[in-house]
Design a protein around this ligand. Sequence first.
Ligand SMILES: *[C@@H]1O[C@H](CO)[C@@H](O)[C@H](O)[C@H]1NC(C)=O
Ligand SMILES: *[C@@H]1O[C@H](CO)[C@@H](O)[C@H](O)[C@H]1NC(C)=O
Ligand SMILES: *[C@@H]1O[C@H](CO)[C@@H](O)[C@H](O)[C@H]1NC(C)=O
Ligand SMILES: *[C@@H]1O[C@H](CO)[C@@H](O)[C@H](O)[C@H]1NC(C)=O
Length: 717
Amino acid sequence: MAARTSPLAWLSLVIFTLSMFMSCSHGSSDNRKVYIVYMGSLPKGKVSTTSLHTSMLHEVLPGNTVGSDVLLYSYHRSFNGFAAKLTKDEAAKLRGKDGVVSVFLSQRKQLHTSRSWDFMGLNRKVKRSVIESDIIVGMLDTGIWPESQSFNDTGFGPIPRKWRGTCQSSTNFTCNNKIIGARYYRANGDYSPYDYISPRDSEAKGTARGGVPSARIAVYKICWYDGCYDEDILAAFDDAIADGVDIISLSVGSIFWSDYFDDTIAIGAFHSIKNGILTSNSAGNSGPSPSSITNFSPWSLSVAASTIDRKFVTKVKLGNGVIYEGTSINTFDLKGKMYPFIAGAAAPNTSQGYTSEDSRYCGPGTLDETLVKGKIVFCDYDSNADGPVEAGAIGAVFQSGRHKDYAFAYGLPLSNLNLDDGRIVFDYVNTTENPTATIFKTNVEENQFAPFVVSFSSRGPNPVTADILKPDLTAPGVDILAAWSEALPLTETEDDTRVVSYNIISGTSMSCPHATGAAAYVKSFHPTWSPAAIKSALMTTAFPMSSENNIEAEFAYGAGHINPALAARPGLIYDAGEIDYVKFLCGQGYSPKQIKLITESNTKCSEVMNEAVWDLNYPSFALSTTPGDSVTRVFHRTVTNVGSPVSTYKAVVNAPPGLIIQVQPSVLSFKSLGQKQSFTVTIGAQLGNSMVSGSLIWDDGVHQVRSPVVAYASLLE
Ligand SMILES: *[C@@H]1O[C@H](CO)[C@@H](O)[C@H](O)[C@H]1NC(C)=O
Ligand SMILES: *[C@@H]1O[C@H](CO)[C@@H](O)[C@H](O)[C@H]1NC(C)=O
Ligand SMILES: *[C@@H]1O[C@H](CO)[C@@H](O)[C@H](O)[C@H]1NC(C)=O
Ligand SMILES: *[C@@H]1O[C@H](CO)[C@@H](O)[C@H](O)[C@H]1NC(C)=O
């Protein structure tokens, strides 16, 4: 970790600084802000899109001044559009122009990444495809640390011939046969002293073993000290698609949602699938409130974050010998030494007018330094450790009902106790003469409740298309960076006090690379499968999860916990191609003109039979209704046989009271590979303000092709 503003910090800002999006747009001094003008697919024939973009700008800008300070990017390799600095009026004029799908303000998005494989059952001995080394994973993130042993290319053959990308090498950065491409994007040219102006990662030097160790990596650095800007994200997509990557991993998201074509990630992901490339996205870190999910387009894989089978126990020992177990990542070693222990409530900085009622929370400035210095302080809340750090405390014990399911690292030895233990410890410190305590280094222990979806992981339902279930699945995303924490200098933050307290080490953007690796693994066995087929394989083979651990059930974990090894053998797949997305967009209410621009399809909505969004050939089923209504709906689906050539699948339905699921026909017989069979699923439910969920499993005795079925009362309709 070389930089002070680590992605760890960005992640926590997403969680805690909800007001941040107020300042997410950026502009220049002359009232111009960066807008994305999205124009759909590339025009056919030899059209110079860049001169088209320039002339469009000429028409709306005064005085014919279209330099590179105005036109930041012209997207022309994989789709059509540009990023430009515009006034509100100029943007409005462009919005009305022919050929324009959408015009929206660029926003700053946030990121985090890491990896952890063994828990998913994809261990080192797992079966490998011989063509794994042809798979190119495009990583859109903070860049890369090429000297890491993870990227040692010993034993790698030559670069796959399909690769068309470049390496922005410099004296200090070179690619090899593992990292085959690397570029960076920063239209505003605004670098901090902590940024490397190269594809080098200044945020996270460590990277563990990848899920597909032989795959090649192409790096598109879009995230810098202050986050990731939309115009750069879209530029990276434009290149990655054209460069020939097989999978795109994007662990970036905003904290609020937009419509599909007002969102650079959904736009990029759409043009990815048009080119046969699946985009794996983090669902976001704004949970657990409903519809907090941000990356939810039906053409991308939306990945939630769940626990792995580890938890981080930080013990606190009191002067009376009793030991309590709390949660945190504490790498500081007090060597068992007992320190004086004081309650924050007993140490208000009275010269500033603070009372015990203020200082019990140990907020910054509320504590009396002379009383707290050199002691361990007991605090009534778990907001952050700034107060105790500022007051010179040796350590802190927080009593908190929150953060039980993931761990933070802090700027001093600290443990979060639950409320029951907290009460006893407070009594001790409050009533004992000369109370003492010590805090131990964190132990990693088995977490018997794993996996469950962590509270911060963004939840469905889908805020734009209520009848497409999101997230799609979950993958490990909690406490993943623990292996790094020993090396992680927590005092790196001397000049940025915000960061130290929020040094969180979990995120959906950590679970996303797991899913990307799993998708690459599936693709290495099935190189011709479409993005929808790969996604279907990942979803229908996921481990079912229990709503006992997550009351939001499928809105927390989608189809369940990713199971990469099984995903290579799904039996049946729910495939989808261009025409399916055209129907979907019709159902979603896009105009024929927009659909033509986006998809190049001349299909008119009136010509397609089913244009209901829920008839997209999706591997899950979501039925939204209004509270109190009784509703029955028919879903159309088609499966493709990729299992045994001759096979017979029976529909096994799992439906709790209140949910009716009927499948017609209930037996599907296949005589060859690639054969397709269609069926309908009739789902009926009567709901109060709740959700019910069941499942449909196609079972041939060998493969269990499982789809979640959710019916819920939507407040969105
Ligand atoms: C890469 O790995 C090989 C074999 O483990 C080792 O000999 C070589 O020194 C490594 N290269 C670098 C640049 O670290
Ligand atoms: C080159 O990269 C190293 C990190 O390996 C960094 O410490 C050094 O400052 C860089 N040198 C230049 C000239 O950028
Ligand atoms: C009380 O707060 C003020 C202002 O932050 C600080 O200067 C002073 O040192 C504090 N007093 C004690 C005893 O901590
Ligand atoms: C114990 O806590 C109570 C309530 O905060 C407070 O009134 C009392 O003074 C404390 N006693 C000691 C010995 O700190």
